[in-house]
Every structure is written in C-alpha cells, then in structure tokens.
Design a protein around this ligand. Structure first.
Ligand code: NOJ
Length: 506
C-alpha cells in the first residue's frame, strides 16, 4: 500500500514545488515574530498574589505525568528575565512578539472581583520594554493555563466559563489595549478541549472521551465570541486594534486519490480544527455538518438521549459567526489520511470513533525530538491552502511554527525546517493567499507541557540547570535573523560566527 501512497503523495508535492525556487522576497509589510506562552516561560508561579493554574496544580500534584518530573515553577524565569528576552528580540530583529497573559496572575481568584496590581505591572513592563524598541506586542489571552479555582468549578465544561472569560478579557483589553494592537482570545482550542477534556495529553487530563471535548468546544467558542464582542463594542473604537483566534492545523492529505480518502480528509479537518473554527469563520456558522451528523448518529446508537455534541441555537450561531479579524494558525506538520487507516484503539465514545479516520506519517520523513513531530514536505503550504479554501475571506497569520531538537547549539534540522516552512509561505503568497505574518515557535527553549524540558523548540537555548537561566543563540537564530533582515531565504547562508549583536535601529 505504501508504494501507491508514495506515488500519489510525491505527485502532490511535485505539483506544488514546481513554481518556485528563485529568489523571492517577503512583502514589505509582512510581519516576522517569535512566540512564547506564559506558563512555558514565566516561572514565578506564586509571586505576589498569583494563584495556581491547572498546570501548576498538575505538576505539583501529579509529578509523574511530566516526562522529566519538572514543573514550570521557574521555567525560563522570564518574570525576572524579561529584559534579556527583549534584548534577544532585538538581536534577532523581529517586528512583533507574541506572548500570553497568565489569567491567574491577573485575576488571582479567577473571577474578576479583584485585579492583581502586581500582575498588571509585570505585563505593563513587558509591553513597555518591547515597545521601547519598536517591537509590536501581540497578546494571547488564553494559552492553556486556566486558574485552578475555575477548574474546580468545572472549567470549560461549565457554561459560565463564557462570562468568566469575558470578564477576564475585558480586564486585559482595558489595561493593555492602549498599547497592544493585536489580541488572540484562545490558543489552540482543540488542544484545550480534545487533549485536556477528551483525552489525557494536556491539563486537566480529564479523559471524558467523546463528551468532554464537545461540551468544551461549544463553551470555548461562545467564550471567544463574547470576548470578541466586548473588544468590538467597548474597545475597538478607542484602541483601534484587532482581535482574532488561533487554532492548530496540520496538513491532512489523502492517502490515495480516491473519493473516500478525500472525504476522510474533510472529516479529519472537521475533527482537528473546523469543529472550533467553522462556527466563527464559515458562512453559515455552527459546527461542521458531517461531524454533527456522525456524532448525533453514533450518540443515538450508543443510547444517549441527545447528541454528545451540543449544537448551537440559531441565535448563538449568529452571535458567533464572523467574530474574528484574522485566522491565526499554529502549524508544525501533517499526515496522510484515510478511513482505511482507522484502528479501533480509540475509546467508545470518542470523537475519533465518531469520525473513524486514521492518519499516517511516512517513514522517510525526518523525526523531530517530539514523538508527534515528523517533517512532512510542504506541510505549511498545504495547511495554508486548506485554510484559505475553507475561509477565503480571512487574512491568515502563522502564529506558531517550529521544530524540536534535543539540547545543542548546532541545530541544522531546525534551520532546514524554518527555511522550508518559509518557502511554503512564499508559495502561498505567490498563489494570492493572504498571509500577513509568521511567528517562530519559539524565542527560546521552554516548558514543553507533558514533555517538560526534554524537547527544545528555541531559537535560543536555555540552560535550565543554571539559576540565571542563561540563554544562548542557536545557529537557527542567526539564520532567522538573516531571513528577516534580507527578507529573503538564502539556503547557502552560514553565520560567520556565533556571536550575536544588535543591528543599528533595533
Ligand atoms: C503549540 C503550543 O501552542 C505551544 O504551547 C507548544 O509548545 C508548541 N505547540 C510545541 O508543541
């Protein structure tokens, strides 16, 4: 089977890469940046009045869940090292920095009865420091670190999360929106809902398969919409910024050219990201049609009195539709997709069982340090094309993209990954796809969730043994810098030395 698949697959790639490979430049206003997230870098888990979030709670109460039994208690200590972080951004020469705000640092009770002055002061410092050097801050409101107090009340399974999140969002817009012009409500909804509630790969590890992820999906999407409306109605006129939403999309290509496999791709996309994006970006709104039907049919056969996937009312659909100013995508890789690859290893009920579709990565794709990360050729190009086909009217921002290695400064795999991914962006731009920006994940090594510090995504290496958490630029940092400076990808460029300096004007 694999040879047929490879024949079909290489055809797809050949078609897409034929048009390229001459020196092309990124548009003048194209934004280059780097991304991080609060729990992964900040540390200072209990500084001032900050309360525990679900990752603090998980790492403190269940250390065995993390590969190296580590925590984010100190992480990169960006709470204290933020000036060094901004110095690294200046060394690189980025236009914009995407970071997230820790809800439990701003609202120690989770609810908005009390706003932490210390929390607000910390983010004010970060924002003012980046702006001092003309780097535009982009804030993610929620990057997976729910205050534990809200988790104790059901977290994303409690419909009141819509109000809790909206109240938090208002505090963030109100305090930072005078200087921050791009907000993202949620980072990677599927990883919040499917991984956190419908499985065991992210906090709070609830494993409520086939039920938890669907309830979470509805509540999260409504929470996003409410925050967007607040931005729109209360802040946009005076602050003049934009508010969007980010999901993770891999590239799903059909295993063979059959109609069945093409349909399987559609189903997988519905499961992986359209469940969380169709309500916002599609013309009709609401959850994706086939997934809705499958979940309803299976639920009935399984004896549930109603579908495990709760639908929206017409009023809710209208409230959610159109509530994003751009489509944010985090992208890492992709896989080949087919119903024939489905194995019955999944729980019943589960959303994987609802779709009955499987995926495979080929053996000759380079393996990253993360078990889930294999380098599918041209995956970013395919993902951008799939998003653009589904929602042609929205500008796209690549809010994360990156490659994991182990420790070490010579990271040629990451260098190749970034160059190839950025060629994909140029391919997409050549085709008229409206890609506005690209943020490398990540500025520096950080706490990689259940993998702890065993997988490194940083342009800068961080020494986690060193109390000062020294950061050292990797080879990829010099390559990314050169790309941003010249706005071109020179595949032969080698840094003269590994000494980093700040170019004039940064
Ligand atoms: C996506 C997530 O947003 C980020 O937190 C994570 O570290 C990277 N993927 C790499 O897994």
């Amino acid at each position: 089977m694999k040879s047929i698949l490879c024949v079909f697959y290489s055809c797809t790639i050949a078609l897409t890469s034929a048009a390229v490979k001459h020196s092309r430049t990124f548009p003048k206003d194209f934004i280059f940046g780097t991304s991080t997230a609060a729990y992964q870098i900040e540390g200072a888990w209990n500084a001032d009045d900050k309360s525990e979030n679900i990752w603090d709670y998980l790492t403190h109460t269940n250390p065995g869940a993390i590969d190296d039994r580590s925590t984010g208690d100190v992480a990169c200590d960006s709470f204290n090292n933020y000036k060094r972080d901004v110095e690294m951004m200046r060394e690189l020469g980025i236009d914009s920095y995407r970071f997230s705000v820790a809800w439990s640092r701003i609202l120690p009770n989770g609810l908005a009865d009390r706003v932490s002055e210390a929390g607000i002061a910390y983010y004010n410092n970060v924002i003012d420091e980046v702006l001092k050097y003309n780097i535009q801050p982009m804030i993610t409101l929620y990057h997976w670190d729910l205050p534990q107090k809200l988790q104790d009340m059901g977290g994303f399974l409690n419909p009141l999360i819509v109000d809790w999140f909206a109240d938090y969002a208002r505090v963030v817009f109100d305090n930072f929106g005078d200087r921050v012009k791009t907000f993202i409500t949620f980072n990677e909804a599927a990883q919040v809902c499917y991984e956190g509630y419908g499985s065991v790969t992210k906090a709070p590890l609830l494993n409520l398969t086939g039920i938890g992820e669907y309830i979470c999906a509805k509540n999260l999407v409504l929470a996003h919409a409410k925050a967007y409306h607040i931005y729109n109605n209360e802040f946009r006129a005076k602050q003049g910024g934009q508010c969007g939403y980010t999901i993770a999309a891999g590239a799903s290509l059909p295993l063979t050219d059959s109609d069945e496999d093409r349909h399987a791709v559609e189903l997988f996309i519905q499961f992986q990201w359209a469940l969380y994006t169709d309500p916002i970006f599609s013309k009709d709104g609401g959850f994706p049609k086939e997934l809705t039907e499958l979940a309803a049919k299976k639920s009935a056969a399984q004896g549930y009195p109603r579908s495990r996937l709760p639908d929206f009312t017409e009023e809710e659909k209208a409230y959610v539709r159109g509530t994003s100013d751009f489509f944010g995508v985090n992208h890492y890789s992709g896989a080949l997709t087919s119903g024939s690859l489905y194995t019955n290893q999944y729980a019943v009920p589960s959303s994987m069982d609802d779709i009955e579709v499987g995926q495979v990565a080929l053996d000759d794709w380079l393996q990253g340090a993360s078990p889930w990360l294999k380098k599918m050729p041209n995956s970013l190009y395919h993902a951008l094309r799939q998003i653009n086909e589904r929602y042609p009217d929205y500008p796209i921002i690549v809010t994360e993209n990156g490659w994991s290695t182990r420790e070490g400064i010579e990271d040629d795999e990451r260098v190749d990954y970034y160059r190839d991914a950025l060629e994909d962006v140029l391919d997409a731009l050549d085709e008229g796809i409206d890609v506005r920006g690209y943020y490398a994940w990540s500025l520096m090594d950080n706490f990689e969730w259940l993998a702890g510090y065993t997988e490194r995504f940083g342009l800068y290496e961080v020494d986690f043994e060193d109390p000062a958490r020294t950061r050292t630029p990797r080879k990829s940092a010099f390559i990314y810098k050169q790309i941003m400076k010249t706005r071109m990808i020179d595949h032969d460029y080698e840094p003269e030395s590994y000494v980093m300096t700040i170019d004039p004007g940064h």
